[in-house]
Ligand binder design. Structure first.
Ligand code: NAD
Length: 415
């Protein structure tokens, strides 16, 4: 299978949208190019006394609507093209949900599962030190992504705050609650994803009470989506992670599965379901398929096998353009990433607001505000899709790109 270049895919999709919007050549050039690309070497003393050099990136794609916002990924396959693509997707995502941020993303080439907590802490602190002048509550605000979590965010906040000489909670989101994290941030991406699924059921007039759900990925996004959907009475009939997949048509309890994994066991060994190959996850008949792992998972070679009614993209960029074509022909309703997984950045926005004001909200308030924003964004995209007779991904991109283009035009080109 050819490895798809996410940056080329993202640019090709942008070109198509900009053509539809009839943007000027100058604005097209402006939107294609990230504003700032930073590459750093991160020297770290390892536990055995040796010195390793890791490579890290931070890309700020666009900051016309507000400071850069985007996660930091720790993964062995991180590369600059991927970080650039993810930063660009963040720009459109923030505009789709109407929050005042631009798009950014960071990454370090490292497999965190092979390192000790101390080594990950030293990588984090040195990485942040190397990019410190480029981040901050008014400049660029990182958050968790694949391979990073609230613990890593706490180290980022501490490193930045030590440099300033006072606590700066607004520099990062996804922090532990005790350090100014927001209620509801941990499962916000998944909750937003579920709100989008519920809106989809309404517009498609699906009244089935117990949906069959299939989820790829059992990390932050996948496991929380599984738990929220399970709590709503739906059935998680299959789930996978990097170790393989599980199927049980009677339903898998994600809480029990989470407990099993937390004891150091592998998902694929869970006894209350049958083991399947990870790739088979896309072939199972279901109502909703939630890809919540990595990009380029649904491709031209497996899209035709998908038998879901709805695909809710928890992950960023899980579907390639070849696959999109097949899924659209097969009338599968796609809730695109820049809408479906925008709950995370939305509650990150709430966290940033709360941190800057030092005034904190309860979980109910956070979740209600999240629901309002997600529902409005869903119907904005859906209305555009109906009026213009286009698919949901194109509609979401049209909204996101046009809002950013408008901001660029209104601000003008400096000097
Ligand atoms: P995570 O590191 O917590 O979990 C990733 C999961 O994917 C793990 O269960 C891992 O085993 C699984 N995985 C990796 N490769 C796989 C493969 N080939 N097949 C099956 N499973 C595989 O990461 P996360 O934070 O849950 O992020 C998942 C996706 O959601 C990413 O695309 C990320 O960019 C996106 N996302 C995350 C957030 C957030 O708030 N964390 C917000 C928006 C979007």
């Amino acid at each position: 299978m050819a490895v798809e270049n996410m940056w080329e895919i993202t640019l090709a999709r942008l070109d198509k949208i900009m053509e539809m919007l009839s943007l000027s050549e100058g604005i097209k050039k402006y939107l294609r190019e990230p504003r700032k690309t930073i590459e750093v070497a991160i020297p770290v003393k390892m536990d055995d006394g040796s010195i390793e050099i890791f490579k890290g990136y931070r890309v700020q794609h666009n900051t016309n609507r507000g400071p850069g916002k985007g996660g930091i990924r720790y993964h062995q396959d991180v590369n600059l093209d991927e970080v650039k693509a993810l930063a660009m997707l963040m720009t459109w995502k923030c505009a789709v949900v109407g929050i005042p941020f631009g798009g950014a993303k960071g990454g370090v080439i490292v497999d965190p599962t092979r390192l000790s907590s101390g080594e990950i802490e030293r990588i984090t602190r040195r990485y942040i030190y190397e990019i410190i002048d480029n981040i901050g509550p008014e400049k660029d605000i990182p958050a968790p992504d694949v391979g990073t979590n609230s613990k890593v965010m706490a180290w980022i906040m501490d490193t930045y705050s030590m440099g300033k000489g006072y606590s700066v909670p607004g520099v990062v989101t996804g922090k532990p609650i005790s350090l100014g994290g927001s209620q509801g941030r941990e499962d916000a991406t998944s909750r937003g994803c579920v709100y989008s699924i519920l809106s989809t059921l309404k517009v498609l007039k699906i009244e089935k009470h117990t949906l069959d759900i299939v989820i790829q990925g059992f990390g932050n996004v996948g496991s929380n989506a599984a738990k929220i959907l399970f709590d709503l009475g739906h059935k998680i009939i299959a789930i996978s992670d990097v170790t393989g997949g599980l199927i049980n048509k009677k339903g898998i309890n994600p809480y029990k599965l989470g407990e099993y994994i937390s004891k150091g066991e592998m998902l694929s060994g869970y006894p209350e379901a049958d083991h399947i190959e990870g790739s088979k996850i896309f072939e199972i008949e279901c109502d909703v398929l939630v890809p919540a792992a990595l990009e380029n998972q649904i491709t031209g070679s497996n899209a035709a096998k998908i038998k879901a009614k709805i695909i809710a993209e928890g992950a960023n960029g899980p579907t390639t353009p070849d696959a999109d074509k097949i899924l659209n022909e097969n009338k599968i309703f796609i809730i695109p990433d820049i809408l479906c997984n925008a709950g995370g950045v939305t509650v990150s926005y709430f966290e940033w607001v709360q941190g800057n004001l030092a005034y904190f909200w309860g979980k109910r308030e956070v979740n209600l505000k999240l629901r309002d924003i997600m529902e409005k964004a869903f119907y904005d995209v859906y209305d555009c899709c109906v009026v213009k007779k286009i698919d949901m991904r194109t509609a979401a991109s049209i909204l996101g790109v046009s809002r950013v283009a408008e901001a660029v035009v209104l601000r003008g080109i400096y000097p």
